[in-house]
Design a protein around this ligand. Structure first.
Ligand SMILES: NC(=O)c1ccc[n+]([C@@H]2O[C@H](COP(=O)([O-])OP(=O)(O)OC[C@H]3O[C@@H](n4cnc5c(N)ncnc54)[C@H](O)[C@@H]3O)[C@@H](O)[C@H]2O)c1
Length: 437
């Protein structure tokens, strides 16, 4: 099976490498020649654990090119995995997707199966079908195959998916997708065939529901703080109910990343276009907007005037095990603190460079977590990297001007912090810390 994947970002590259890993022949296409040149040399342009190793083991079956025409004509199936970012009105920007569709129509000398792997709003398949019918010289078939991988665990998610969702119409398309995904579902994982429209909506349903869970945890945590409850105890208590899945009920500084915020907006936008409401999802979005500045508010409440102060910040990526900083809560935090005249010295194991390029507000980068704290008025934690979980408290308190920590991810151990005599602010279990122990 010869496959092309257009777009070698977090999704396209992982998909291409994993397809090659299970034995398919893959051509990865990107318009970014710098990325393609790096990939040809075996260099991975993103941080994703395990990707480098799997690329090495699959290198005989994978090629990288900027030449879409040649890739399309060598392939039976062309996956499109370009970005679908949010536009000003909340809808998804389908410009890159349709630009690729147009290129495929121009390039293809025979009918192709074109698979929309990007997250695309409900109705895109209908538009795409009309588009290829108008612009293509051949009867291409549009298939929807939304991706559910999580950055930081992308390889495992792709190789061992909870399910694979495929929207298609013909038996031929179903057969070809079954062949492509057979190696990934051999352990009885479901390959779910449905209409293209259902496949599109399934992806938005999944991301929006996860966003609702996070916002619910955040609102519950705020209430726990007010009434003197401990959110960890509450979570353990209510998620033990077999009807409630334990995952994703962790409070923090809000969800970010390149998917949840934009997919929530896109679902709301689609609902409005069809005269429907998405009240629960809209509420999750509003709660998240407030949550992004919750740590800043705690800092402000504690120190009042932040002008001239210096804050250490651990974590810039939107979550651990990735260098992706799109919509990362750390970016909002830095913006608020610097607007108040404070300086931020940040440390992140892998995302410093991407954050430096992406965040609009200035901040300094430290080479290690303790160096970031040197002379700082307090430490803030925005990403729960494992290396932050058991800090050297002696070195930490020696470095900080004031032993104060604002932990936006509840990643420190209560007893350790208390023993170190640190003033600690966290999310949803504040009653345990009424000042230094
Ligand atoms: N990142 C995730 O965790 C994740 C998970 C599931 C689904 N998705 C969805 O997958 C899609 C891709 O997301 P991503 O994070 O991989 O995006 P990304 O921004 O990391 O990568 C997109 C790539 O497409 C390339 N590209 C854009 N236009 C092109 C063109 N005309 N020709 C060739 N290449 C082109 C870009 O250069 C870039 O390398 C989005 O719709 C996203 O919502 C993302």
């Amino acid at each position: 099976m010869q496959i092309s994947v257009v777009g070698t970002g977090y999704v396209g590259l992982v998909a291409g490498v994993c397809f090659a890993d299970v034995g398919h022949k893959v051509i990865c296409v990107d318009k970014d020649s710098g990325k393609i040149e790096a990939l040809k040399k075996g260099q991975i342009p993103i941080y994703e654990p395990g990707l480098q190793d799997i690329l090495k083991s699959a290198e005989e079956r994978i090629q990288f090119t900027t030449d879409l025409t040649s890739a399309v004509n060598q392939s039976d199936v062309v996956f499109i995995a370009v970005g679908t970012p949010e536009t000003a009105d909340g809808s998804a920007d389908l410009g890159p997707t349709f630009a690729v569709l147009e290129q495929i129509c121009k390039a293809a000398q025979a009918p192709k199966y074109i698979v929309l792997k990007s997250t695309v709003p409900v109705g895109t398949n209908t538009r795409a079908k009309a588009f290829v019918a108008e612009h293509g010289a051949h009867a291409h078939e549009i298939i929807n195959n939304p991706e559910f991988l999580k950055e930081g665990a992308a390889i495992d998610d792709f190789l061992r998916p909870d399910r694979v969702v495929i929207g298609c119409e013909s038996h031929e398309a179903k057969n070809i997708m079954e062949k492509i995904y057979a190696p990934f579902i051999s352990e009885g994982r479901p390959l779910l065939f449905m209409s293209n429209t259902s496949a599109e909506l399934t992806k938005y349903a999944a991301n929006s529901f996860l966003s609702v869970k996070i916002s619910f945890a955040n609102e519950l945590a705020a209430l726990a703080d007010k009434v003197g409850a401990n959110i960890d105890e509450v979570r353990a208590g209510f998620t033990s109910d077999s009807r409630i899945n334990k995952a994703f009920f962790y409070p923090g500084v809000g969800y970010g990343g390149s998917c949840f915020p934009k997919d929530v907006q896109a679902l709301i936008h689609t609902a409005h276009e069809h005269g429907c409401t998405m009240n629960i999802v809209e509420a999750a979005d509003q709660v998240n907007d407030k949550q992004k500045i919750v740590l800043y508010q705690k800092v402000k409440e504690r120190f009042k005037d932040l002008n001239g102060m210096t804050f250490a910040l651990w974590g810039l990526a939107f979550k651990p095990r990735t260098d992706d900083v799109r919509e990362a809560p750390a970016g909002y935090l830095i913006e608020k603190l610097t607007q108040d005249g404070a300086k931020v010295v940040a440390y992140d194991p892998v995302a410093s460079e991407t954050a430096k390029e992406a965040f609009p507000s200035p901040f300094e980068i430290a080479n290690d977590p303790i160096a970031a704290c040197q002379g700082a008025d307090a430490l803030l934690i925005a990403t729960e990297w494992n290396e932050f979980r058991n800090p050297d408290y002696k070195a930490l308190t020696a470095a900080l001007k004031n032993p104060v920590i604002f932990d936006g991810r509840n990643c420190l151990e209560v007893h350790d912090v208390q023993r170190a005599g640190i003033e600690y602010f966290c999310i949803g279990k504040q009653s345990l810390f009424q000042g230094p122990a």
